[in-house]
Design a protein around this ligand. Structure first.
Ligand SMILES: Cc1ncc(COP(=O)(O)O)c(C=O)c1O
Length: 390
């Protein structure tokens, strides 16, 4: 399909399948080939075909993904990197310099906090942490000293807290800060931070966008040409690029994202409702439940579902949580999330071990579920039998 103005008016699921997918000029192949090449023949010194010279700088398969993701987001630019953390690192280094400050939500992926506290703090960046769902607390931090970047995950990892993107971006802008949203949990299907006022969005495409637990990747999405220039400069200068094959896998995942995320969300809502009130469970954290403190904001901000992630706290503490994650049969005990298959993990000892002893420490009776797209009856029976065995 040609990228006409009519195309820009199509819905997300259509753009996800068609954007960037020009049929191959030589053969008409409907799926653009994987350009598994490190370099490109030049027709004379500097006479490049289509601007391609070397695959760290530019590669046609990566371009397909960048075009596709930008179209899905309705953004000017999308830039693929080799992992979610590489995307976070490149965006932060393009935005911050020594002496600058970042305000971070107090519930984020442990690796994000580790990168900031162990790499950016020694580099001279000041890192402050706040309950970013509390607008008064954010205002108070912003008025104490100048902050350059406010960093939000919503829903957050692993406590599934909800931040009002619209209100937080207005607040950040009032104080001259920019707002970055890590949209990994919601995916571009359910939540549109740029439309809600955010300045940039990051993804671990390893999760829902890739969607099949077979590729590690990341992406930055934004509209600002100056930041885009800095990001692409650093991408080339530092070299954290995805391979052509990884770019292609991620492109393939993005095509089915809309359908998958709706099914993840429907399964998760059903499971969350089912386990809420179970005698072995202290609390179910899922933004789709009316009992969730962020439910009203999530219902307005997320369109088409509340995502596939559920966290639960077990009444009998850490040992019960560790036993429980070993008792499921369909839910696989593993880190990561967002794949078609259901996963289960114990954040305090696994994904969030690096925030132990910090303001971001997570409860040790917490179990995180990445609800897959299997039959909900089987998932429900699996969780029921694992709870009953405790
Ligand atoms: C919300 C979030 N952001 C970023 C990352 C980092 O992504 P990656 O593992 O692809 O580097 C993760 C990883 O789990 C994550 O959950």
């Amino acid at each position: 399909m040609n990228m006409t103005e009519n195309f820009a008016a199509t819905r997300l699921a259509t753009r996800a399948i068609h954007a960037g997918q020009e049929a191959d000029a030589t053969t008409g192949a409907v799926v653009p080939p994987i350009y598994m090449t490190s370099t490109f023949k030049q027709d004379g010194v500097g006479a490049l075909r289509g601007g391609y010279d070397y695959s760290r700088s530019v590669n046609p398969t990566r371009d397909v993904f960048d075009t596709q993701l930008a179209a899905v987001e309705g953004a000017r630019y999308a830039v693929a990197l080799s992992s979610g953390l590489a995307a976070i690192d490149v965006l932060l280094r393009s935005t911050l310099k020594p002496g600058d400050s970042i305000l971070l939500g107090d519930d984020v992926y442990g690796g994000t906090y580790r990168l900031l506290s162990k790499v950016f703090v020694p580099w001279g960046v000041h890192v402050d942490v706040v309950d970013v769902t509390d607008l008064q607390a954010v205002r108070s931090k912003l008025s104490q000293h100048h902050i350059d970047v406010v960093w939000v995950e919503t829903p957050s990892n692993p406590l599934l807290r909800i931040t009002d993107i619209w209100a937080t971006s207005a607040l950040a802008h009032e104080f001259g800060a920019t707002l970055v949203v890590d949209n990994t949990f919601a995916s571009p299907v359910l939540q549109h931070p740029l439309q809600d006022g955010a300045d940039a969005v990051v993804y671990s495409t390893t999760k829902y966008i890739g969607g099949h637990s077979d590729v590690v990747g990341g992406a930055i999405v934004l509209n600002d040409p100056e930041v885009y220039e800095k990001v692409t400069f650093l991408q080339n200068a530092a070299g954290a690029v995805p391979s052509p094959f990884d770019s292609w896998l991620t492109t393939r995942g993005l095509k089915t994202l809309d359908m998958r995320v709706r099914r993840h969300s429907a399964n998760a809502l059903s499971l969350a409702r089912h386990v809420e009130g179970n005698a072995k469970i202290e609390r179910v954290l899922y933004p789709g439940l009316e009992s969730h403190p962020g439910h009203d904001v999530a219902a307005r901000q997320m369109q088409g579902g509340f995502g596939g992630m559920i966290s639960i706290q077990l009444k009998d503490g850490m040992e019960a949580a560790k036993t429980f994650v070993g008792r499921t049969e369909i839910f696989t005990l593993a880190e990561s999330l967002g794949g078609v298959e259901s996963l289960i993990e114990h954040p305090a000892a696994m994904t969030h071990a690096s925030v132990s002893g910090t303001a971001l420490q997570v409860p040790d009776n917490l179990v995180r579920l990445s609800v897959g797209i299997e039959s909900i009856e089987d998932l429900t029976e699996d969780i029921d039998q694992a709870l009953a065995s405790l």
